[in-house]
Design a protein around this ligand. Sequence first.
Ligand SMILES: [Zn+2]
Length: 108
Amino acid sequence: MISQQLPQPGDGPAPDRPRAYPSHEKPHTPLRPMWCCRACGHPWPCAMARILLKVEYDHNEIGLSIYLAGLFYEATRDLYRLNPDDGPAPRTLFTRFVAWAPYRRPRP
Ligand SMILES: [Zn+2]
């Protein structure tokens, strides 16, 4: 039996990527706590965010995986707080946030 409550994990990474492109446009970053794109309104990461993230992390796939996994954690926490009875399935969130990334596929 656990007699002490475990400490809460800290916050994940700041959702500040991808950077705005072109720089005067709104960035395709997530709008919390709904996790929709603040530029186009689609579920984040939207198609443009995925393209820009691939370019931004072109030589740092490990960094991209850490960033996405951290945001997956943050989104899970936010979305289940918003809708504790009918939140998205964990598999759905994992596919949306982490599984799309290029490091998950073998290089040609
Ligand atoms: Zn977008």
